[in-house]
Every structure is written in structure tokens, then in C-alpha cells.
Design a protein around this ligand. Sequence first.
Ligand SMILES: [Fe+2]
Ligand SMILES: [Fe+2]
Length: 293
Amino acid sequence: MPTPEQRLQTVDNAIREISHIATLPEITVKIVELVENPKSTAQDLHKVISQDPALCSRILKVVNSSFYGLPGQIGSINRAIVMLGLNAVKNIAIAASLVKLFRGGDLGKGFSAKQIWDHSSLTAGCCKLISDQLKLGLNDEAYLAGLVHDIGIVVEMQFDRNKLIEALQKTSCDSAGAPANDLLTIEDAVFGANHQDFGMALCEKWKFPKNFSYVTGFHHRPLDLAFENRTLTCVVYLADRLAAEFPTPFRADLHSLDIDAGVLDQLKITSDRLKSIRDAMHNIVKAPMDAAA
Ligand SMILES: [Fe+2]
Ligand SMILES: [Fe+2]
């Protein structure tokens, strides 16, 4: 088990090494700055976004997808920004930048960066669903939290691919992707830190809102967070496990799918509510959302 100092050292090292890949595009940084500034208007955001046609079409695709319940109606970016809100547009821009980080091809038997991305997208859809059902008012934030929760694995992949392959092999996943050994313990031994540490450090480097550091750093142990900081991370913890109950692209870091009763308590989820979330998950799995595809 690495000491806290060793862990910090390893993580700093990795983030420095991969900084050439792990930078957010300038336009995303600008959008995040604008949206965080309370004086910004939809017009300011429109000016920046219009410089990026790919982002414009992605925003239109999202606003017109069934995900937002406004199929095929919105043709102008201005209206799309107003409909979605500045925060949602920021999240779309971040999600679009994240996709690039997940490129990286095969990691050996049964693992690829694409599978981790597909797992993250499914978890993101489930996070939004849980947030909707519980009326947490987190929607876009919950979706993005699902997308980034395992980003630490991507940091490991970019930092030292061979070590990640070694760690994944040591989990001895069965044909359904279930690991026989705990990935976090193996990562600690192989890297000197685990994907929670790496993910949290990347979110801090990107100056993401604190909530995303909590999600990446604590999604396997949300009850270790202070009570008032737990909600979003508990949503991700639950979504991660529920998503893995379906034939899943990636669950090497989920040694068990048991759901801690403390997390359900924290979210005030009854067994009836859990059942209705599971039922709704079936629809997501059948028709994966394309909001960040
Ligand atoms: Fe994880
Ligand atoms: Fe996950």
C-alpha cells in the first residue's frame, strides 16, 4: 500500500507526463470561464461557440435529441443555448473534449478505451435518470459526472499503457467482465496510486468544479466524503453498479455489484424507487442516448 506522499508523487508525475494530451481545448476553457462568470450572457457564449462548427452541430444534435424532449424543433444556436441553458452547453463542450482523451485502441484481451467510454456513457445516462427520478435538479451535472467518473483509468492508459494492461490482466475478469480481484488494490501495487487518485488530480488540474473531484476521487467510497458533499458521488456510485448489471462494456473496477445500504439511505432511495430506476435503465440500455456521442 503506497503512503499518501508516494501516492501524491506518483499522481503529480503522471499528470505532468500526460499534460500534452490531457489539456482541454482552448475553446472549452473559454466556455467554462464564460459560464462560471455570472456577468456572461447567452450572446457572449454564442460568439465563442460560433467559432467551432463541430461544436455548433453537436449542440443542435443534443437539443433536438429525444434526451431533451424537443425532437427536431430547434435550428438556431441562439435558441439552443437559451433552451439548454449556459451550464448544459458548457457540459456538452466538456463532454466533446473528453471523447478525444478516450482514444487509444486496445488494451489487450477484452479491454479498449472505447469500452471504457461506452461504460462511461451508459453510467452517465443512468446518473441523469437517477437525478431525474429523485428530483435532485442535477441533470446535466449528473450526466457529466458519469462521463468523467473513471477518467483516472484514461490517465493511467496515457501515462503507462503497459502498467494498465498488467493491472487489468491481474483482475482476471471472467467472460462477462466481472473481475476476480479488486482493481483498486492492484492499481495501488502496480502504479503506486489508483484511478480515483489519478482522476481527482486531473479534475483539479482542469479546475473543474469541486464536485467532479469528489466524483472521480470517491466514486468507489462515497461515504468517505463529508455528509454535505456526498450526493453527486452517491448518484455515480449507484449508476456505476446499476449499469454493470446489464451486459456491460467495462466493469473491471467493480469487484462486487452490492449496493451499500448507506448510499441508498443517503439518497433516500426506497426498494420501490430502486426497482423503478432499474426498470427505466432497461430503456436506456435499449436506446443509448447520444447526447455526448
Ligand atoms: Fe471506477
Ligand atoms: Fe465505472
